[in-house]
Design a protein around this ligand. Structure first.
Ligand code: PHE
Length: 344
């Protein structure tokens, strides 16, 4: 009996191998697995056996059946491939065949927000300036009127390079680079990466982004700073959003301030996002310290200016309701794919 089945599978293999068309294969399938096949006949004879003998016998038949099915499948693939090859040799293409879908990429949420910020300031007459991520003590500290013993110069805050350079800790370096190259009037923004020796947590990352703004001209006042901030907040977050500045300290601005906008989530009444204060911190600001002008040879009697630095992560987190800054740097595709549709 076992011998007979082995013979049958062997015969099937030879016959299936000899198939050249899909039709041949269909016939072979009918012959070996169909209703009138030998295998099927054997199944029918199962009832002649005793109940004890049936399982082993059934198993044997099933095994042969599986083998023959596998042979048919392999040959069927070969036949299809051959048919396809014959077709393409004759240089005839199947134009109805579906193409290979290429998936379209999208922008990172930080890029989307940065571009939006760019557009807001461009619409207000600003130009975009750039500076290097790897900078030096002069542009990151000295020219920004930062004393030699200022804590931000510490290794615990700043990444220094072996060649004496450093990774800029703020985009304020571009204020200096712009004033070195151009005489007033100046009206620039500078978006870019900054680096600080911070441990990642929900609101810190060793790499983050700022947008610096610098305006220098005759007669620039604190009112121009608050107007610009309010204008930006209204375009970026909507007409109803308010803004304010609070006294603060930065070595390179005098007076210095921190900028807030009214909470875009609760409208100012207090919620979890604004920690019940009704306000959201946007960054640092101030009037350019005359010392900075003096270092760069700009006449501080004639010119005044304001500057500020906005945190881009903060704005992206508010805009997209992202609770943890680290999410912006993990590049989890499940997160990134949600921004595919936003083409800005
Ligand atoms: N550079 C400051 C910071 O990173 C922000 C700032 C920019 C403050 C411009 C004043 C003027 O904290």
């Amino acid at each position: 009996m076992q011998e007979q089945l082995k013979e049958l599978v062997k015969q099937a293999e030879t016959d299936i191998q000899a198939c050249v068309t899909a039709n041949d294969l269909m016939n072979a399938k009918a012959q070996y697995l169909g209703k009138k096949s030998v295998l099927n006949g054997l199944f029918a004879r199962m009832k002649e056996l005793s109940p004890e003998e049936r399982p082993a016998f059934g198993n044997m038949i099933n095994q042969s059946r599986t083998q023959i099915e596998a042979l048919l499948e392999i040959r069927s693939k070969q036949v299809k491939e051959q048919a396809w090859m014959n077709n393409s040799n004759a240089s005839s293409y199947d134009l109805s065949m579906p193409g290979i879908e290429s998936s379209r990429g999208g922008f990172h949420p930080l890029t989307i927000v940065r571009r939006e910020i760019d557009e807001v300031f461009l619409s207000m007459g600003f130009e975009i300036a750039e500076g290097p991520d790897i900078d030096d003590d002069f542009h990151n500290f000295d020219a920004l009127n930062t004393p030699a013993d200022h804590p931000s110069r510490n290794l615990a805050d700043t990444f220094y390079l072996e060649n004496g350079g450093l990774l800029r800790t703020q985009t304020s370096t571009v204020q200096i680079r712009t004033m070195e190259r151009y005489a007033p009037p100046i009206r620039i923004i500078s978006p870019g990466r900054c680096y600080r020796n911070d441990k990642p947590d929900p609101s810190h990352s060793p790499v983050f982004h700022q947008v610096e703004a610098l305006v220098v001209d005759k007669g620039i006042s604190l009112g121009d700073l608050t107007d610009t901030l309010q204008q930006f907040a209204s375009i970026m977050f909507g007409k109803k959003v308010g803004s304010r500045i609070r006294p603060h300290f930065f070595p390179f601005t005098e007076p210095s301030a921190e900028m807030d906008i009214s909470c875009v989530v609760c409208g100012g009444s207090g919620c979890r996002v604004c920690k019940n204060s009704g306000w959201l911190e946007m960054g640092g600001a101030g009037m350019v310290d005359p010392n900075v002008f003096d270092i760069l040879g700009i006449d501080s009697e004639l010119y005044t200016g304001f500057a500020f630095g906005l945190g881009i992560e903060r704005i992206a987190m508010l805009k997209y309701n992202i609770p943890d800054m680290r999410i912006l740097f993990e590049n989890d595709l499940k997160m990134l794919r949600q921004f595919k549709g936003e083409l800005r």
